[in-house]
Write a protein that binds this ligand. Structure first.
Ligand SMILES: NC(=O)c1ccc[n+]([C@@H]2O[C@H](COP(=O)([O-])OP(=O)(O)OC[C@H]3O[C@@H](n4cnc5c(N)ncnc54)[C@H](OP(=O)(O)O)[C@@H]3O)[C@@H](O)[C@H]2O)c1
Length: 206
């Protein structure tokens, strides 16, 4: 399969690239730096999304909207700019990249939106980040809406677990490699659409 991974330079994204290559998939990596054969893509910038899709020479079987940003902002000290950037990257970046690929006939089988249990309305009572939880809840809605608007393409929200990355921190119990294996199993095997699961395939409440 041809798999596109955004935010592929570190963390879960980088682990996804390594695991996908190990399994023999063709991998398209995007990042905010032009390194080796990676494509430049800044998901907070619509022009960057359109330019990337225009230049992409092939069709994608599985799109993994992995890039994400987390600001630690609690109620009482909320920061407006953090919200705007979180929505641009976590929600609109994934939505507009998917729509642009679809409109240009470059998307074939599946979209995996990497969301979070912090974006589950049912599971969340509080959060280390208002901007993160709200933008990930909105990304879950993107999954639901795309699942009925993308014809013949499966769209799933996946919580990657609490993973030891720059975002997850040193206390996180799951290594990026383990999370990436689970996400790729989902990319290869799960045919559902409009569902929210974790990296092991367990169903989660919205
Ligand atoms: N780690 C966890 O415990 C955890 C839990 C639940 C969900 N998640 C989700 O899993 C995904 C990956 O997280 P991670 O832990 O691997 O985070 P990470 O180590 O902080 O990596 C984040 C990635 O997103 C990229 N990114 C940020 N802003 C971007 C932008 N404007 N355009 C393009 N790329 C951008 C970063 O690129 P730069 O290097 O250029 O900044 C980096 O590649 C995220 O969606 C995150 O919300 C993680």
């Amino acid at each position: 399969m041809t798999i596109l991974v955004t935010g592929a330079n570190r963390g879960i994204g980088l682990a996804l690239v390594k695991e996908a290559k190990k399994r023999g998939h063709m991998v398209i990596q995007t990042m905010r730096k032009s390194i080796n054969k990676a494509y430049y893509l800044d998901l907070s910038d619509l022009n960057s999304i359109e330019k990337f899709v225009d230049e992409l020479p092939l069709e994608i079987d599985v799109l993994i909207n992995n890039a994400g940003i987390l600001y630690k902002d609690k109620f009482g000290i909320l920061n407006y700019e953090n919200f705007l950037n979180s929505f641009k990257v976590n929600t609109l970046g994934a939505l507009f990249l998917t729509e642009t690929l679809y409109k240009r006939n470059k998307l074939r089988k599946k979209v995996i939106n990497i969301t979070s249990i912090l974006g589950s309305i049912e599971l969340t009572n509080n959060t280390p980040s208002f901007s993160y939880s709200i933008s990930k809840a909105a990304l879950n809605m993107v999954t639901k809406l795309l699942s009925t608007n993308l014809k013949g393409i499966s769209v799933i929200s996946v919580h990657p677990g609490w993973v030891r990355t720059d975002m997850g921190g040193k206390e996180a119990p799951i290594f990026p490699e383990e999370s990436a294996k689970g996400i790729l199993n989902i990319a290869e095997q799960v045919e559902d659409t409009g569902t929210f699961i974790d990296y092991t395939g367990k169903l989660l409440p919205w």
